[in-house]
Design a protein around this ligand. Structure first.
Ligand SMILES: Nc1nc2c(c(=O)[nH]1)N[C@H]1C(S)=C(S)[C@@H](COP(=O)(O)O)O[C@H]1N2
Ligand SMILES: [Mo]
Length: 326
């Protein structure tokens, strides 16, 4: 499959964490501004690029408050919560480019108004806007471990609701076996230049077995760090599946479809031997190009550094999900 050539430029970012100097250096910073179409007005500010970048980052995280009671079952893990300024500038959101520092480009994501269509094999199809979601579902906070397939990890305080509540609301029929989740996609807005070249399988889609979606851990996040979800993290609503690799958690969800057959998913379509449909975190199953036995835990900012930690089966959530895979 010729598409396998396409990922070469991002093999680097998968294997290696970019040092912060690299993504705050002058050239890249200017390039990212130009990419976002606002370079010209900021170029005279050479002298304070780093601080204006920090300010822009802080602004991208300055969002309306969204608070909810912390679910006592998920109120802490054995690691500190990752600092917000660090999580907010180290993202994967390929619609905006293949590097980690897409936070600025992601600010182009239009999130208001937003609709999420829930459809397919259900008795009660629904279209929700964001207010509907906030009103119809009881929000809670959950502190979850987060593990990317590239072997970096964080701990993030999400605000949202369990996916099983959505299942209850729409009542899937007996034929519904899988669920397909679709991310926002508009090539005018989202595609970074290199991503126009190959025929990539946009929009980004992910899938779960319906039993996985019904597991208590599976979560829709509308917020993070006590406020609305930042655009770089997949505003205004994204999936969080803490026992699976991060790529299973599609961002900026516009559609949820209950279906009979296993849906095709983005990374699995692109590189099937590297990114399986199930993608449970598993220290004993190496990725074809690197080990998954350990991970780089990113917690303290503002500079990027990490601690090497052992990876846990199911990312530490085995007690909740073991029955799904017996
Ligand atoms: N739509 C969309 N969702 C996505 C991705 C993406 O590129 N596009 N990347 C995935 C990957 S690989 C990871 S690790 C997480 C990163 O989430 P974060 O940037 O909020 O930490 O988002 C996932 N969801
Ligand atoms: Mo990832």
């Amino acid at each position: 499959m010729t598409l396998i050539r396409v990922p070469q430029s991002w093999e680097i970012s998968e294997n290696q964490i970019t040092p912060p100097e690299a993504y705050f250096n002058r050239r890249r910073f200017l390039k990212s501004l130009i990419g976002a179409g606002i370079g010209a007005s900021l170029i005279p500010l050479n002298a304070c690029q780093k601080s204006s970048s920090e300010t822009a980052l802080a602004n991208s995280l300055k969002l309306p408050k969204l608070t909810a009671k912390t679910n006592p079952a998920f109120s802490q893990v054995d690691r500190p919560i990752t600092e917000e300024m660090l999580a907010g500038k180290y993202n994967n959101f390929y619609e905006f480019g293949g590097t980690k520092n897409i936070w600025l480009k992601a600010q182009n994501l239009p999130t208001d108004p937003w609709k999420i269509e829930v459809t397919g094999l259900v008795k009660n199809p629904q279209t929700y806007d964001l207010d509907d979601l906030k009103k119809k579902f009881t929000l809670e906070e959950r502190i979850y471990r987060f593990r990317c397939v590239e072997a970096w990890s964080m701990v993030l305080p999400w605000i949202g609701f369990p996916m099983k509540k959505l299942i209850e609301a729409v009542e899937p029929t007996n034929d519904a076996k899988f669920v397909r989740f679709t991310s926002f996609y508009d090539p005018e807005i989202t595609a970074g230049p290199s991503f126009h070249l190959g025929s990539l399988p946009w929009p980004y889609q992910e899938g779960l077995r319906i039993e996985e979606m019904a597991n208590d851990l599976a979560f829709f996040a509308l917020g993070l760090y006590g406020h609305d979800l930042p655009k770089q993290h997949g505003a205004p609503v994204r999936m969080v599946i803490p026992w699976k690799y991060g790529f299973k958690g599609a961002k900026s969800i516009v559609k949820v479809e209950f279906v009979q057959q296993k849906p095709a998913t983005y990374w699995n379509t692109l590189v099937p031997n590297e990114y399986g449909f199930e993608a449970n975190v598993n220290p004993n199953k190496p990725h074809p190009r690197w080990s998954q036995a350990t991970e780089k835990f990113i917690s303290v900012g503002p500079g990027l550094s990490w601690e090497i930690k052992e990876t846990l089966p199911f990312n530490g959530y085995g007690e909740y999900v073991k029955d799904l895979y017996s």
